[in-house]
Design a binder for this molecule. Sequence first.
Ligand code: 2P0
Length: 337
Amino acid sequence: MSDKVYYFETLKFLDKRKKLKEAISIAHPNFALVKYWGKNDTEENQPAMSSVSVTIDSLISKTKISENSSSKDLKWSLNGREQNDLNRILPTINYLSNLYGTKDNIQIESNNNFPTAAGLASSASGIASLVTAFERYYDLQLPIEEKIKACMLGSGSAPRSLLGGFVLMDHLDHFRCSQILERTEWQLNILVCITSAQEKIISSRQAMEISRKTSPHYGKWLDINSSHIRQAIRFIKAKDLLGLGRVSEENCDFMHKVINSSVPSITYKNRMTEMCIETVKQLRERGHQLFYTVDAGPQVKIICEQKTSKIIKDAILRQTIVPQIIDASIGMPPQSL
Ligand code: 2P0
């Protein structure tokens, strides 16, 4: 019997098993230190480059799957509101349902304990918790390759949230995700400066397509990826915070240059974002070890040593008008409750 036939026979066997009444899983978002911005393939939602990220503990997406006894439809609520547009989750659910060989009427309830669609990677943690809850609900043990594929169909950065600590997603090796360091091996703090909790002005998905098609810097952005990946891995393994900060800030600044130079021009940062970045640079000049990163939204994530985290947080609150800073450390992989 070929591996594939055996696999589907196994799934048929699993189909006869009793499903759980409900499954609840959580996953954390991840922040990219070497970023993904641009796709190879929009059908399968495949990134055009590798990326390195860190998983964040205090930010949590929780997904509950239960039987939808009231109708035959798939129902999805996000932060308590029923969603009419299921496009964000359907590719993932359809992929897993086809693999599992059934189409159940299920109800999915997703909740985030942090602002949604505001540049805090809620789609990555949301999709990773959905895949984990699906696996639990049907009592499956999905191979990691299938989980990566299912996650990626929902969000190109979601596979990285399947692991804790520092994570590499390698686009030259079927998007294999591997842990560079465990969270306990290098204990850092992440200060998440919320400059605005509003939803982003344009989705990452739309914006990265515009960048790919129009930015004059997109070619160079692709070219620098392998060098940034190599450097980031080396600095993470050496636990060199300033080295990692240099390459990570260069990568972040380059991504925003690509975004800004797209036609039409897109800007995710606001005035407070710039103020936070300036303060990070001043604190570094004063001898503190820290660096910033900014994604597709105006929030500033500051990565620093645990021992100076409070001094840095106080300085940011004093020198800027940031309304909220969330304290975080490095997070774990998804868990079923
Ligand atoms: C990243 N971002 O590597 C980059 C940096 C935002 C800036 O991946 O289209 O929600 O669903 O694959 O994963 C955000 O984009 O976009 C993202 P899709 P996704 O984290």
